[in-house]
Design a protein around this ligand. Structure first.
Ligand SMILES: C[S@@+](CC[C@H](N)C(=O)[O-])C[C@H]1O[C@@H](n2cnc3c(N)ncnc32)[C@H](O)[C@@H]1O
Length: 331
Protein backbone atom coordinates (compact mmCIF):
# COMPACT_ATOMS: atom_id res chain seq x y z
CA UNK A 1 0.00 0.00 0.00
CA UNK A 2 1.25 3.49 -0.75
CA UNK A 3 0.77 6.48 1.55
CA UNK A 4 -2.56 7.61 0.11
CA UNK A 5 -3.96 4.07 0.11
CA UNK A 6 -2.92 3.71 3.75
CA UNK A 7 -4.66 6.99 4.58
CA UNK A 8 -7.82 5.71 2.88
CA UNK A 9 -7.81 2.26 4.47
CA UNK A 10 -10.62 3.24 6.84
CA UNK A 11 -12.76 4.17 3.83
CA UNK A 12 -12.27 0.67 2.45
CA UNK A 13 -13.30 -1.02 5.68
CA UNK A 14 -16.38 1.24 6.00
CA UNK A 15 -17.29 0.43 2.41
CA UNK A 16 -17.13 -3.28 3.17
CA UNK A 17 -19.17 -2.97 6.39
CA UNK A 18 -21.74 -0.87 4.53
CA UNK A 19 -21.96 -3.57 1.86
CA UNK A 20 -22.36 -6.20 4.60
CA UNK A 21 -25.19 -4.22 6.20
CA UNK A 22 -26.91 -3.90 2.81
CA UNK A 23 -26.59 -7.66 2.32
CA UNK A 24 -24.48 -7.30 -0.84
CA UNK A 25 -22.12 -10.26 -0.15
CA UNK A 26 -25.13 -12.60 0.11
CA UNK A 27 -26.59 -11.30 -3.15
CA UNK A 28 -23.43 -11.64 -5.24
CA UNK A 29 -21.88 -14.74 -3.68
CA UNK A 30 -23.46 -17.43 -5.86
CA UNK A 31 -23.69 -15.55 -9.13
CA UNK A 32 -22.58 -12.20 -10.52
CA UNK A 33 -25.30 -9.57 -10.63
CA UNK A 34 -25.65 -6.47 -12.72
CA UNK A 35 -25.72 -3.04 -11.14
CA UNK A 36 -29.33 -2.26 -12.12
CA UNK A 37 -30.59 -5.57 -10.75
CA UNK A 38 -28.74 -5.02 -7.46
CA UNK A 39 -29.93 -1.42 -7.15
CA UNK A 40 -33.54 -2.55 -7.66
CA UNK A 41 -33.31 -5.39 -5.12
CA UNK A 42 -31.62 -3.15 -2.54
CA UNK A 43 -33.72 -0.08 -3.34
CA UNK A 44 -30.68 2.22 -3.37
CA UNK A 45 -29.34 4.97 -5.62
CA UNK A 46 -27.76 3.16 -8.64
CA UNK A 47 -24.99 5.74 -9.15
CA UNK A 48 -23.96 5.57 -5.50
CA UNK A 49 -24.14 1.79 -5.55
CA UNK A 50 -21.83 1.78 -8.59
CA UNK A 51 -19.34 3.84 -6.58
CA UNK A 52 -19.60 1.50 -3.60
CA UNK A 53 -19.09 -1.58 -5.78
CA UNK A 54 -16.06 0.01 -7.44
CA UNK A 55 -14.64 0.72 -4.02
CA UNK A 56 -15.11 -2.98 -3.19
CA UNK A 57 -13.41 -3.93 -6.47
CA UNK A 58 -10.54 -1.63 -5.58
CA UNK A 59 -10.30 -3.31 -2.15
CA UNK A 60 -10.13 -6.70 -3.88
CA UNK A 61 -13.32 -8.00 -2.24
CA UNK A 62 -15.46 -7.97 -5.38
CA UNK A 63 -14.60 -8.77 -9.00
CA UNK A 64 -16.18 -7.00 -11.94
CA UNK A 65 -17.06 -8.79 -15.14
CA UNK A 66 -18.43 -6.22 -17.59
CA UNK A 67 -21.53 -4.78 -15.92
CA UNK A 68 -21.77 -7.59 -13.35
CA UNK A 69 -20.21 -7.84 -9.89
CA UNK A 70 -19.37 -10.96 -7.85
CA UNK A 71 -17.95 -11.65 -4.38
CA UNK A 72 -14.43 -13.09 -4.46
CA UNK A 73 -14.27 -16.57 -2.94
CA UNK A 74 -11.55 -15.42 -0.50
CA UNK A 75 -14.15 -13.18 1.16
CA UNK A 76 -16.94 -15.78 1.45
CA UNK A 77 -16.88 -15.31 5.25
CA UNK A 78 -18.73 -12.01 4.68
CA UNK A 79 -21.80 -14.08 3.71
CA UNK A 80 -24.41 -14.48 6.44
CA UNK A 81 -24.91 -18.17 5.63
CA UNK A 82 -21.22 -19.14 5.67
CA UNK A 83 -20.54 -21.75 8.41
CA UNK A 84 -17.65 -19.59 9.68
CA UNK A 85 -19.23 -16.24 8.91
CA UNK A 86 -17.29 -13.22 10.20
CA UNK A 87 -19.68 -10.56 8.96
CA UNK A 88 -20.43 -9.18 12.44
CA UNK A 89 -16.78 -9.31 13.48
CA UNK A 90 -15.99 -7.25 10.40
CA UNK A 91 -18.80 -4.79 11.13
CA UNK A 92 -17.83 -4.43 14.79
CA UNK A 93 -14.17 -3.79 13.99
CA UNK A 94 -14.85 -1.50 11.03
CA UNK A 95 -17.49 0.58 12.79
CA UNK A 96 -17.71 0.73 16.62
CA UNK A 97 -14.09 -0.24 17.24
CA UNK A 98 -12.85 2.03 14.46
CA UNK A 99 -14.86 4.91 15.97
CA UNK A 100 -13.15 4.16 19.29
CA UNK A 101 -9.76 4.42 17.58
CA UNK A 102 -10.51 8.08 17.00
CA UNK A 103 -9.60 8.30 20.71
CA UNK A 104 -6.11 6.89 20.09
CA UNK A 105 -4.45 10.30 20.51
CA UNK A 106 -6.17 10.72 23.89
CA UNK A 107 -4.98 7.26 24.96
CA UNK A 108 -1.41 7.94 23.87
CA UNK A 109 -1.37 11.29 25.69
CA UNK A 110 -3.07 10.20 28.92
CA UNK A 111 -3.19 6.40 29.12
CA UNK A 112 -6.97 6.70 29.45
CA UNK A 113 -9.50 4.73 27.41
CA UNK A 114 -9.95 6.16 23.91
CA UNK A 115 -13.27 4.33 23.77
CA UNK A 116 -14.57 6.24 26.78
CA UNK A 117 -13.16 9.48 25.42
CA UNK A 118 -15.11 9.04 22.16
CA UNK A 119 -18.36 7.58 23.49
CA UNK A 120 -18.37 9.27 26.91
CA UNK A 121 -18.85 5.94 28.72
CA UNK A 122 -17.08 2.55 28.91
CA UNK A 123 -17.77 -0.19 26.33
CA UNK A 124 -20.56 -2.07 28.13
CA UNK A 125 -22.37 1.10 29.19
CA UNK A 126 -22.25 2.31 25.59
CA UNK A 127 -23.66 -1.02 24.41
CA UNK A 128 -26.58 -0.56 26.83
CA UNK A 129 -27.40 2.68 25.00
CA UNK A 130 -26.89 1.60 21.39
CA UNK A 131 -29.02 -1.43 20.57
CA UNK A 132 -27.64 -1.83 17.04
CA UNK A 133 -24.00 -1.76 18.17
CA UNK A 134 -24.91 -4.18 20.98
CA UNK A 135 -26.49 -6.70 18.59
CA UNK A 136 -23.47 -6.55 16.31
CA UNK A 137 -21.19 -6.99 19.35
CA UNK A 138 -23.08 -10.06 20.65
CA UNK A 139 -23.12 -11.64 17.19
CA UNK A 140 -19.43 -10.86 16.64
CA UNK A 141 -18.52 -12.48 19.97
CA UNK A 142 -20.49 -15.58 18.92
CA UNK A 143 -18.67 -15.71 15.57
CA UNK A 144 -15.30 -15.50 17.32
CA UNK A 145 -16.34 -18.04 19.97
CA UNK A 146 -17.48 -20.87 17.66
CA UNK A 147 -14.08 -22.27 16.61
CA UNK A 148 -12.79 -22.05 20.21
CA UNK A 149 -15.96 -23.75 21.47
CA UNK A 150 -15.55 -26.60 18.98
CA UNK A 151 -11.98 -27.20 20.21
CA UNK A 152 -13.01 -26.82 23.87
CA UNK A 153 -15.71 -29.54 23.76
CA UNK A 154 -13.13 -31.96 22.35
CA UNK A 155 -10.94 -31.16 25.33
CA UNK A 156 -13.15 -31.19 28.41
CA UNK A 157 -15.00 -34.26 29.68
CA UNK A 158 -18.50 -33.29 30.86
CA UNK A 159 -19.66 -36.86 31.53
CA UNK A 160 -21.36 -37.41 34.89
CA UNK A 161 -22.15 -33.69 35.24
CA UNK A 162 -25.52 -32.00 34.99
CA UNK A 163 -25.21 -28.20 34.97
CA UNK A 164 -22.90 -25.57 33.49
CA UNK A 165 -22.98 -21.78 33.91
CA UNK A 166 -21.24 -19.59 31.32
CA UNK A 167 -20.28 -16.37 33.12
CA UNK A 168 -20.44 -13.42 30.70
CA UNK A 169 -21.50 -15.98 28.11
CA UNK A 170 -23.04 -13.46 25.69
CA UNK A 171 -25.60 -14.91 23.30
CA UNK A 172 -24.72 -18.47 24.35
CA UNK A 173 -22.46 -19.62 21.48
CA UNK A 174 -20.09 -21.55 23.77
CA UNK A 175 -22.90 -23.24 25.70
CA UNK A 176 -24.72 -24.21 22.50
CA UNK A 177 -21.61 -26.12 21.44
CA UNK A 178 -21.16 -27.68 24.91
CA UNK A 179 -24.82 -28.72 25.17
CA UNK A 180 -24.83 -29.94 21.57
CA UNK A 181 -21.98 -32.35 22.35
CA UNK A 182 -23.41 -33.35 25.77
CA UNK A 183 -27.14 -34.13 25.56
CA UNK A 184 -27.30 -34.88 29.31
CA UNK A 185 -26.28 -31.31 30.30
CA UNK A 186 -28.26 -28.14 31.03
CA UNK A 187 -26.67 -24.71 30.77
CA UNK A 188 -27.24 -21.18 32.00
CA UNK A 189 -25.79 -18.04 30.42
CA UNK A 190 -25.17 -15.41 33.12
CA UNK A 191 -24.75 -12.04 31.43
CA UNK A 192 -26.11 -8.49 31.49
CA UNK A 193 -29.90 -8.21 31.37
CA UNK A 194 -30.09 -6.81 27.83
CA UNK A 195 -27.75 -9.50 26.48
CA UNK A 196 -29.85 -12.20 28.16
CA UNK A 197 -33.08 -10.77 26.75
CA UNK A 198 -31.67 -10.80 23.20
CA UNK A 199 -30.18 -14.28 23.65
CA UNK A 200 -33.41 -15.73 25.05
CA UNK A 201 -35.46 -14.18 22.24
CA UNK A 202 -33.10 -15.57 19.56
CA UNK A 203 -33.25 -19.00 21.22
CA UNK A 204 -37.06 -18.92 21.31
CA UNK A 205 -37.18 -17.91 17.64
CA UNK A 206 -34.82 -20.76 16.68
CA UNK A 207 -37.62 -23.21 17.55
CA UNK A 208 -34.99 -25.76 18.70
CA UNK A 209 -37.09 -27.43 21.41
CA UNK A 210 -34.27 -29.59 22.80
CA UNK A 211 -32.01 -26.55 23.25
CA UNK A 212 -34.88 -24.42 24.58
CA UNK A 213 -35.43 -27.07 27.28
CA UNK A 214 -31.75 -27.16 28.31
CA UNK A 215 -30.40 -23.62 27.78
CA UNK A 216 -31.54 -20.61 29.78
CA UNK A 217 -30.42 -17.03 30.39
CA UNK A 218 -30.00 -15.55 33.88
CA UNK A 219 -29.58 -11.75 33.95
CA UNK A 220 -26.60 -11.26 36.27
CA UNK A 221 -23.90 -8.88 37.38
CA UNK A 222 -20.65 -10.81 37.75
CA UNK A 223 -19.45 -8.25 40.26
CA UNK A 224 -22.36 -9.05 42.55
CA UNK A 225 -24.12 -12.39 42.20
CA UNK A 226 -24.19 -15.45 39.94
CA UNK A 227 -26.35 -18.60 39.73
CA UNK A 228 -25.04 -20.90 42.47
CA UNK A 229 -24.58 -24.66 42.79
CA UNK A 230 -23.55 -25.59 39.24
CA UNK A 231 -21.01 -28.32 38.37
CA UNK A 232 -18.96 -26.19 35.99
CA UNK A 233 -18.44 -22.44 35.56
CA UNK A 234 -17.08 -21.25 32.22
CA UNK A 235 -15.32 -17.90 31.87
CA UNK A 236 -14.26 -17.13 28.32
CA UNK A 237 -12.84 -13.83 27.06
CA UNK A 238 -14.06 -11.94 30.09
CA UNK A 239 -11.08 -11.27 32.35
CA UNK A 240 -8.96 -9.59 29.68
CA UNK A 241 -11.35 -6.58 29.60
CA UNK A 242 -10.86 -5.57 33.24
CA UNK A 243 -8.30 -4.17 35.66
CA UNK A 244 -6.58 -6.65 37.98
CA UNK A 245 -8.74 -5.47 40.91
CA UNK A 246 -11.93 -6.06 38.87
CA UNK A 247 -10.61 -9.43 37.64
CA UNK A 248 -10.25 -10.56 41.25
CA UNK A 249 -13.76 -9.28 42.09
CA UNK A 250 -15.24 -11.30 39.19
CA UNK A 251 -13.33 -14.42 40.25
CA UNK A 252 -14.49 -14.03 43.86
CA UNK A 253 -18.14 -13.75 42.77
CA UNK A 254 -17.69 -17.01 40.87
CA UNK A 255 -15.99 -18.67 43.85
CA UNK A 256 -18.98 -17.68 46.04
CA UNK A 257 -21.36 -19.31 43.53
CA UNK A 258 -19.32 -22.56 43.47
CA UNK A 259 -21.07 -24.16 46.43
CA UNK A 260 -20.64 -27.77 45.28
CA UNK A 261 -17.37 -29.27 46.57
CA UNK A 262 -16.51 -30.76 43.15
CA UNK A 263 -17.41 -27.62 41.19
CA UNK A 264 -14.77 -26.37 38.76
CA UNK A 265 -14.05 -23.06 37.06
CA UNK A 266 -12.86 -23.38 33.45
CA UNK A 267 -11.11 -20.20 32.32
CA UNK A 268 -10.61 -19.79 28.58
CA UNK A 269 -8.55 -16.74 27.68
CA UNK A 270 -6.43 -15.68 24.70
CA UNK A 271 -3.36 -15.31 26.91
CA UNK A 272 -0.44 -13.23 25.69
CA UNK A 273 2.60 -15.44 25.17
CA UNK A 274 4.92 -12.57 24.55
CA UNK A 275 4.31 -8.85 24.75
CA UNK A 276 3.38 -7.85 21.22
CA UNK A 277 4.19 -4.23 20.47
CA UNK A 278 0.60 -3.18 19.96
CA UNK A 279 -1.46 -5.45 22.25
CA UNK A 280 -1.07 -3.22 25.31
CA UNK A 281 -1.98 -0.20 23.17
CA UNK A 282 -5.18 -1.77 21.79
CA UNK A 283 -6.15 -2.86 25.31
CA UNK A 284 -5.55 0.71 26.50
CA UNK A 285 -7.67 2.22 23.69
CA UNK A 286 -10.61 -0.02 24.64
CA UNK A 287 -10.22 -0.20 28.41
CA UNK A 288 -7.53 2.24 29.60
CA UNK A 289 -3.94 1.53 30.60
CA UNK A 290 -4.93 0.17 34.02
CA UNK A 291 -6.06 -3.00 32.20
CA UNK A 292 -2.83 -4.94 31.76
CA UNK A 293 -2.40 -7.54 29.04
CA UNK A 294 -3.18 -10.95 30.54
CA UNK A 295 -0.49 -13.61 30.44
CA UNK A 296 -0.47 -16.94 32.27
CA UNK A 297 1.75 -15.72 35.08
CA UNK A 298 -0.59 -12.80 35.86
CA UNK A 299 -3.72 -14.95 35.53
CA UNK A 300 -2.35 -17.55 37.95
CA UNK A 301 -1.53 -14.81 40.48
CA UNK A 302 -5.07 -13.39 40.19
CA UNK A 303 -6.65 -16.84 40.55
CA UNK A 304 -4.52 -17.44 43.63
CA UNK A 305 -5.54 -14.08 45.13
CA UNK A 306 -9.23 -14.92 44.52
CA UNK A 307 -8.85 -18.27 46.32
CA UNK A 308 -8.52 -20.71 43.40
CA UNK A 309 -6.07 -23.55 42.85
CA UNK A 310 -5.14 -24.21 39.23
CA UNK A 311 -5.56 -27.96 38.65
CA UNK A 312 -4.49 -28.15 35.00
CA UNK A 313 -3.74 -26.01 31.97
CA UNK A 314 -3.91 -26.80 28.26
CA UNK A 315 -3.34 -24.80 25.12
CA UNK A 316 -6.34 -25.29 22.79
CA UNK A 317 -5.01 -26.34 19.42
CA UNK A 318 -5.56 -24.05 16.44
CA UNK A 319 -6.85 -21.26 18.71
CA UNK A 320 -5.22 -18.44 20.69
CA UNK A 321 -6.81 -19.79 23.86
CA UNK A 322 -5.48 -21.45 26.98
CA UNK A 323 -7.79 -23.48 29.22
CA UNK A 324 -7.20 -23.42 32.98
CA UNK A 325 -9.21 -25.78 35.17
CA UNK A 326 -9.52 -24.42 38.69
CA UNK A 327 -11.06 -25.43 42.01
CA UNK A 328 -11.89 -23.26 45.01
CA UNK A 329 -9.24 -23.64 47.70
CA UNK A 330 -11.09 -24.92 50.76
CA UNK A 331 -8.98 -24.56 53.88
C1 LIG B 1 -15.80 -9.98 25.47
S1 LIG B 1 -17.42 -10.53 25.78
C2 LIG B 1 -17.21 -12.29 25.77
C3 LIG B 1 -18.50 -13.03 25.56
C4 LIG B 1 -18.35 -14.56 25.57
N1 LIG B 1 -17.87 -15.07 26.83
C5 LIG B 1 -17.44 -15.00 24.45
O1 LIG B 1 -16.32 -15.41 24.70
O2 LIG B 1 -17.87 -14.91 23.29
C6 LIG B 1 -17.64 -10.18 27.52
C7 LIG B 1 -19.03 -10.47 28.05
O3 LIG B 1 -19.10 -10.03 29.41
C8 LIG B 1 -20.39 -9.49 29.62
N2 LIG B 1 -20.41 -8.59 30.77
C9 LIG B 1 -19.85 -7.35 30.87
N3 LIG B 1 -20.09 -6.83 32.08
C10 LIG B 1 -20.81 -7.76 32.78
C11 LIG B 1 -21.34 -7.81 34.10
N4 LIG B 1 -21.15 -6.81 34.96
N5 LIG B 1 -22.02 -8.92 34.48
C12 LIG B 1 -22.20 -9.95 33.61
N6 LIG B 1 -21.71 -9.97 32.34
C13 LIG B 1 -21.03 -8.88 31.93
C14 LIG B 1 -20.67 -8.76 28.32
O4 LIG B 1 -22.04 -8.46 28.17
C15 LIG B 1 -20.14 -9.74 27.29
O5 LIG B 1 -21.12 -10.65 26.87
Amino acid sequence: MNLVELAMSGWYSRSISTAVRLGIPDLIADRPRKLDELAAVLDVDPAMLRGLLRMLVSAGVVVRDGEAFALREDFAELRSDHPRTMRNVFTLFAETYDDAWAGLGHTVRTGESGYEHVFGVPLYVHLERDADAARVFDAAMAELARPVAAEFVRHHDFSGLSTVVDVGGGSGALLREVLGANPHLSGVVADRGTVCRRGAEDLRRSGDQDLIARLSFAPSDFFADLPAGSDRYLLKNVLFDWSDADRVRILRTIADAMTRPAARLLVLEPLAHHEEDWSSLTRAVFCGSDVPVLDEHRLRALLDEAGFDVLSTARLESTQHTLLECGVRRS
